[in-house]
Write a protein that binds this ligand. Sequence first.
Ligand SMILES: NC(=O)C1=CN([C@@H]2O[C@H](COP(=O)(O)OP(=O)(O)OC[C@H]3O[C@@H](n4cnc5c(N)ncnc54)[C@H](OP(=O)(O)O)[C@@H]3O)[C@@H](O)[C@H]2O)C=CC1
Ligand SMILES: O=CC(=O)O
Length: 324
Amino acid sequence: MKPSVILYKKLPDDLLARLESHFNVTQLNDLSPQTVKQNAAAFAEAEGILGSSEKVDETFLTHTPKLRAASTVSVGYDNFDVAALTARRIALMHTPSVLTETVADTMMMLVLATARRAVEVAERVKAGEWQGSIGPDWFGIDVHHKTLGILGMGRIGLALAQRAHFGFSMPILYNARRHHQEAEDRFDARYCDLDTLLAESDFVCISLPLTEETHHMIGAEQLAKMKSSAILINAGRGPVVDEKALIQALQNGTLHAAGLDVFEQEPLPVNSPLLEMPNVVALPHIGSATHETRYNMAACAVDNLIAALTGEVKENCVNPQVLS
Ligand SMILES: NC(=O)C1=CN([C@@H]2O[C@H](COP(=O)(O)OP(=O)(O)OC[C@H]3O[C@@H](n4cnc5c(N)ncnc54)[C@H](OP(=O)(O)O)[C@@H]3O)[C@@H](O)[C@H]2O)C=CC1
Ligand SMILES: O=CC(=O)O
């Protein structure tokens, strides 16, 4: 008999067919307590789950006694209790690499859009305000040759450094837990401590995962260390930045602008002060959201689940110790 799995995200038809050729698939909308309660029998039998953006914690796992693998359609896995999964010998699979270049494009787009005020001035054009030659109140600031600070020199940080170095001749500073020789050799990136990076960068770009250590890593104290002409870009996870402190820095003018793809609460509440600020570009968590990349992520997640449940995992496992 084929193993049973729960699918809690829509898949393209060909990928669904591939999943169904290996497993008995139950499709659900989410993993909310209500859904779990209404489909208790399916959860009790499930050996695998596949989807994204839902919390998988100790309480959820009490309903899935046969679970052997969880496959997330994302590289970030902060919504999973990895320790609880590992304790139950459940493999957690994710989708690194397939989205790296697309997310780095998004970050570069945020650098350019905030510096050149692209969204703000485009809205002014649509509002009919372009009535003659534009003056300094429409001008932005240069990106090329400015200093780019990268927090988190992993896959995405490295791809961003490549764009900034070769495309825009930007000196690169970076901070991570360890030195990254490839970034230093290929992009002339300079490792520095967080305070130095904040003080010297014209753009501070966050491509960090959300962990206990990175939660609110950028708060009021850190924002105060940045140049008042600097721009903050966050495409890692919202809670890496203390959003209240960010709003205050933007309101006080101690920070020039912000480009944000992620927020402490998503979707961003419609009454967020960030939405009132012309110097904030707010995106709806679209870092990897192209047709090509979202397809590749879904395909990777399907292959990951098949590999995990057939005992053939070669890559993409967050907790490989459960496989031995
Ligand atoms: N906005 C979006 O749509 C997307 C957002 N993301 C986010 O981007 C994150 C990064 O992805 P990716 O580049 O593939 O991940 P990687 O694991 O390749 O890189 C993470 C980097 O963060 C660094 N890091 C982790 N913890 C700390 C810490 N406490 N202090 C300093 N540095 C730290 C790591 O340091 P070291 O190298 O020293 O280990 C590493 O350089 C994801 O976890 C996700 O949250 C990802 C995809 C899309
Ligand atoms: O935020 C997206 C991810 O893949 O992680």
